[in-house]
Design a protein around this ligand. Structure first.
Ligand SMILES: Cc1ncc(COP(=O)(O)O)c(C=O)c1O
Length: 374
């Protein structure tokens, strides 16, 4: 992926998904049994791929300013490695983790930089997702500094890839194209209905996939092993480790090329949304970053989601409850879980590309009640 190579100045490995890249990076740089500091608020599959890699997830305190790890309050002496999330594109305090193995999940932060340096270049590995800013439906890129690491990771990738099929690839590309068209044509409500009817989204208990605690307990002794954890890691992307061919590569390249062209529109949307009193505090400090989503903190999120849907704005990327409440037995819980619960319950991520459509609804929303601190 030339554009990401140029942006990061790193060696890049193409993958069918970001999650496969995160697993490969964690296996490459961490030893089974090591402790990994991670945010309590990220996509379901991330927790499970950490478990699949044989690591112990140590849940960090969360900053209510940006929804990322509160580095100042995390006990770095108790962990071997750190996984950042860069939630919705807002950067983690990436320079606070020196001395630890750092793996950067830059799924949401393809266009974010810190001090002029792109995210994804601070850690041992930066892992991009092509289904986010680029809207390519699927695809990932793992960026690393050293060619020897790239070669080893490539071999590990090939050992885990499953054979793809041109038919599955065609369906995946056509579905992504249809989704993009529905957004452009303001057909979000019928598109969401169709996605639900076709079961393109995982069944969920609230916002998280079913934990299947008994099956998970049975799988844990097999870690490190990705295939054993497929039932969890594949959430919403069942072919997350299927080999892709020319059609996907063509589509992904085309979609990624659009990202820089959308930069100005994205920034304009961020500026509009940052002006609202309900915007998360850190948004106003990052007006120069083309965020993936702009987090709002609202009182009645369900009503807000319904209102936005009527305006043709779909809401996704909600990670509620925090991991240590969702899967208590398998994590080292956060020393201070309340800010993460509050953030997970109240955050409403809004696509800056659709800021104008969303504004009439957002202007009427009540802010989240203040976080009560002990
Ligand atoms: C924060 C975050 N990281 C990683 C992923 C996984 O990306 P992919 O679907 O490319 O595996 C997601 C997907 O939603 C995500 O939201």
């Amino acid at each position: 992926m030339k554009l990401i190579e140029e942006r990061t100045g790193r060696h890049c490995l193409c993958l069918p998904s970001n999650r496969l890249g995160l697993y490969l990076a964690l296996r490459h740089w961490c030893a089974p049994g090591q402790r990994l500091l991670m945010s309590p608020v990220s996509a379901d599959e991330i927790l499970f791929l950490v478990l699949a890699a044989g690591l112990r997830p140590v849940i960090a305190p969360l900053s209510p300013r940006d929804g990322n790890i509160d580095a100042a309050r995390a006990d770095l002496s108790a962990v071997d490695a750190v996984l950042t999330t860069n939630l919705y594109g807002l950067p983690d305090q990436v320079t606070a983790f020196t001395g630890k193995v750092l793996v950067e999940d830059v799924a949401h932060a393809m266009e974010t930089s810190v001090g002029g340096r792109p995210l994804g270049t601070f850690g041992a590995a930066g892992v991009f997702s092509l289904s986010k800013h680029a809207g390519a439906g699927a695809g990932g890129v793992l960026a690393v500094a050293d060619l020897a690491d790239l070669k080893a990771l490539e071999r590990a990738r090939d050992a885990l890839l499953q054979p793809g099929s041109w038919r599955a690839e065609l369906v995946s590309v056509a579905t992504s194209m249809a989704r993009q068209a529905a957004l452009r044509l303001d057909l979000v409500r019928p598109a969401l209905w169709l996605m639900r009817a076709l079961r393109l989204q995982e069944e969920r208990d609230g916002y998280r996939i079913a934990l299947l605690a008994r099956e998970l307990a049975e799988a844990l002794p097999y870690a490190p092993s990705l295939p054993t954890f497929d039932p969890w890691v594949r959430a919403d992307l069942h072919d997350y480790r299927a080999a892709r061919g020319r059609l996907s590569r063509w589509y992904q390249t085309r979609r990624v090329a659009k990202v820089p062209r959308e930069r100005e529109r994205r920034l304009a949307g961020v500026a509009l949304l940052a002006d609202l009193p309900i915007a998360a505090p850190a948004v106003r400090e990052h007006l120069d970053q083309p965020l993936f989503r702009v987090p709002m903190l609202v009182d009645d999120r369900d009503a807000a989601i319904a209102g936005l849907e009527r305006q043709g704005v779909a809401t996704g990327y909600l990670y509620d409850p925090p991991y240590d409440d969702y899967a208590p037995g398998v994590t080292v819980p956060s020393p201070d879980p309340e800010p993460a619960r509050w953030w997970a319950r109240h955050v409403l991520p809004v696509d800056p590309l659709y800021a104008r459509r969303a504004l009439p609804v957002l202007r009427e929303l009540e802010p989240a009640p203040a976080l009560s601190l002990p």
